[in-house]
Design a protein around this ligand. Structure first.
Ligand code: XMP
Length: 169
């Protein structure tokens, strides 16, 4: 598989993102919500660079069916902490059609978060679905419309542990 983004490039970009996010959330009651399973490596590296007090929680949501945005998500693994009265930074792996992100943000707002902003590892240059999120508040890399694996992203559940992001073919 061809390497698209190296571990070194990821680490450098995370430093920049962490500085921006640290500056943005100064003085706010922050909860980072990490989506399972794909965002785990990215979140683990990013969160350790953010110099703020925060809660960290995880959320497992199931993908939409047939690329359609139902406006709802199925929660496979719920939040463990309340997000009421807290500012939520949602950390996700990849923005593709935008359905998952839009629906997850809506779910967190409905759960009482004061604000919800998103940070994704990858923003794929694809046609967003109707109702899908057009963009994330922060992204590490914009990539072409190719299927990628590694650094949390999978192909049939394999490759999540690769340090680089590769084009899966
Ligand atoms: P949407 O389309 O809702 O979906 O933005 C985001 C989810 O789709 C999966 N996805 C990928 N997973 N390599 C992957 O390993 C990819 O290239 C890819 N594109 C989309 C992923 O689960 C993501 O959370």
């Amino acid at each position: 598989m061809k390497t698209l983004i190296t571990a070194e490039e990821i680490a450098n970009r995370i430093e920049e993102l962490a500085r921006e996010i640290t500056a943005f959330y100064q003085g706010k009651a922050l909860t980072a919500v990490v989506t399972l399973n794909g965002a785990m490596p990215f979140a683990s590296d990013l969160l350790r660079k953010i110099r703020l007090p925060m809660y960290v929680d995880t959320l497992g949501v199931s993908s939409y069916v047939n690329n359609q945005s139902s406006g709802k998500i199925h929660v496979r693994s719920p939040l463990k902490l309340p997000v009421k009265e807290r500012h939520v930074l949602l950390i996700d792996d990849i923005l593709d059609t935008g359905c998952t992100l839009a629906n997850t943000v809506a779910y967190l707002k409905d759960s009482g978060a004061l604000s919800v902003r998103s940070c994704v590892l990858l923003d794929k240059e694809t046609k967003r679905s109707p109702g899908g999120a057009l963009s994330a508040d922060w992204y590490a890399f914009r990539i072409p419309d190719v299927y990628v694996a590694g650094y949390g992203l999978d192909a049939d559940e394999y490759y999540r542990n690769l340090p680089d992001i590769k084009i899966f073919s």
